[in-house]
Ligand binder design. Structure first.
Ligand code: NAD
Length: 348
């Protein structure tokens, strides 16, 4: 199969971690008889430096012509980077919001998995994490507070969970339909609840439980194993997925996929551009490599190939190799490039 992949290396550690994900993809292509056809796309600060804006319409058109987009991360240090002297609509992050809207990427999937090998990096007590956990945070991505068109529509004073009500029924219906294929689903606004409960009737095999966002934040550290899927709106998903990333040990381990109604998706690590460690060769590329695995699975239906990447990551961790963010006593510390090479070498 020819894999037509748009590549946004982005800013900060972006180019370093994407290069390693491409190394692994190239190895998968070699082992399984595919070809990778990459189109380099500029977004964020890298695009501002060349075009004066964080995302051009031409880049959007080029992204649309690909089957999927693999992205590093965008943005810089808000205190020192000249990008943040620009008006908000011209800053790096505006490119991210624009591409999500333009490609209609309304469903964001963030798996949060505690690997057995990384238990030591988890800040929670051992009795809480015993047996590990494996959850999916499914977040609505093109509405809510970040896109405030309907911001004040039905706000009634109490900001509990999804009470911002910046969604219409249709928006919630599409995310609920995508989300309801696992056990627990969380939500709280009256509109959100109404639509999710309605949609859930079509999926009797799925248990739906409503939970307020403040309780959910608490439960995530008290008993993360109780969750299979957390379905929530944009801003709460953003915050809860960062919390989930912390309990897995490092944000450098967490992949994500942003999907629309077709097979098209944008795949990126959950973390940002980490300007504090950019250029040092120490960033963890695993989240980006696992995002590439999600891309093979969701956009190209290549399950075996995706499995091979996930197995290679587990093997390298089992063999004791760690980047600095997940380093613990008795393990071997390696850099970004070496981690990518070891994972590529373990693709079977
Ligand atoms: P961040 O995720 O970049 O960094 C938070 C901490 O996690 C830092 O200490 C960083 O060193 C560490 N970290 C992140 N990724 C890592 C990795 N792969 N390996 C090892 N350590 C890693 O968050 P931030 O500092 O709040 O944001 C920095 C920039 O990233 C900002 O400009 C922000 O807007 C941008 N950002 C971009 C995205 C995106 O592109 N989707 C997402 C979040 C933040």
């Amino acid at each position: 199969m020819n894999l037509k992949i748009g590549v946004i290396k982005g800013d900060g550690i972006g180019p370093e971690i994407v290069t390693e994900a491409m190394k692994v993809l190239n190895k998968v292509a070699e082992v399984y008889g595919h070809t990778c056809d990459y189109t380099q796309l500029l977004m964020g600060g890298a695009s501002i430096d060349v075009h004066g804006v964080p995302l051009t319409d031409e880049t959007i058109a080029e992204a649309k012509a690909c089957d999927a987009v693999l992205m590093g991360s965008i943005g810089g240090d808000a205190k020192t980077s000249p990008w943040y002297k620009l008006e908000p609509s011209k800053r790096p992050e505006a490119g991210l919001l624009k591409i999500r809207k333009a490609l209609n990427l309304f469903a964001n999937l963030r798996p949060a998995v505690l690997y057995d090998e990384l238990k030591g990096a988890c800040p929670l007590k051992e009795e809480i994490t015993e047996g590990g956990f494996d959850m999916m945070i499914m977040r609505e991505l093109t509405g809510g507070l970040y896109f405030g068109e309907r911001k004040t529509e039905e706000v009634n004073g109490v900001m509990t969970a999804q009470d911002s009500l910046t969604y219409n029924e249709e928006e919630i219906r599409r995310i609920a339909k995508r989300g309801l294929d696992k056990a627990n689903v969380l939500d709280s606004s009256r509109l959100w609840r109404k639509v999710v409960e309605e949609v859930s009737k079509d999926y009797p095999e799925v248990t739906v439980e409503n939970m307020l966002v403040d309780n959910c934040a608490m439960q995530l550290v008290k008993d993360p194993k109780q969750f299979d899927v957390i379905l929530t709106e944009n801003m709460f998903g953003d915050i809860l997925s960062d919390e989930a990333s912390m309990v897995t040990g490092s944000i450098g381990m967490l992949a994500s996929a942003s999907l629309n109604e077709t097979k098209f998706g944008l795949y990126e690590p959950s973390g940002g551009s980490a300007p504090d460690i950019a250029g040092k060769g120490i960033a963890n590329p695993i989240a980006t490599i696992l995002s590439a695995a999600m891309m093979l699975r969701f956009s190209f239906d290549l399950d075996k190939e995706a499995d091979s990447i996930e197995a290679a990551v587990s093997k390298v961790l089992k063999d004791g190799y760690r980047t600095i963010d997940i380093m613990s006593d008795g393990k071997t510390q390696i850099g970004t490039e070496e981690m990518g090479s070891l994972i590529a070498a373990n693709i079977q």
